[in-house]
Design a protein around this ligand. Sequence first.
Ligand code: Z5A
Ligand code: MG
Length: 222
Amino acid sequence: MASNLNCSIEGNKKECRGALIVLEGLDRSGKSSQCSRLVSYLEGQGIHAELWRFPDRTTNVGQMLSAYLTNASQLDDHTIHLLFSANRWEKRSLMENKLKTGTTLIVDRYSYSGVAFSAAKGLDIQWCKAPEIGLLAPDLVAYLDISPEKAAERGGYGNERYEKLEFQKKVAESYRALHDVSWKVVDACQPIEDVEKELQEVVVDCVTECHKGKPISTLWYQ
Ligand code: Z5A
Ligand code: MG
């Protein structure tokens, strides 16, 4: 029997939906570190959570993305944009099932990375957003805010395609264009534990809201 609170009741067990929480930010802003910490924290609080990341390099599409990012293949900018989107679409129904059965998903990059990186190459932002329409909308977007220069000081970039300071400056501009008031912007230059603490509070509030029946919605909000 389904309740109007997005909770299902199986046997005696009442299950509320999980939250879709996305971390975004420039390279080296600390997303992967914070995603892992958040999952451990939530599990410690008795909240079932899984760590997800995009691109998901394990699928066939993901392997094409990985080859592109490591410069092992070259693709037209529009083509690679659509492949990044396809990589989210191939996971959409699994994500929805997980959310509906009570798993909170902590996601390392999502549609905002897709749009920000392609727009930074000069593609039209509305065109970039279009293939994302209908994907699950995050219940929370947390943006780890750091300047491209400060991020570059963190252990250096790797050798992947976009890991260059000048390009990261353009990505920062694209993120500014995408940002809306619903985003939780966290100062990513704080010590790692302080960033973690700030995220924990807002994430637990978001999970509680979803448990209480916040409806699942789809992109884009506006
Ligand atoms: N991409 C795209 O174009 N389109 C799309 O749709 C999607 C992605 C989804 C995937 O990179 C690339 O694909 C990415 C965007 C593009 N391009 N680039 N460049 P990725 O996500 O696989 O990248 P990554 O290898 O995970 O690295 P990252 O994201 O750049 O880093 P991070 O996850 O934000 O940071 P971190 O690994 O947690 O931390 C970096 C270092 O900083 C590490 O040594 C930490 O210990 C340190 N750190 C973290 N926090 C702090 C604080 N607070 N203080 C000091 N030091 C810290
Ligand atoms: Mg990362």
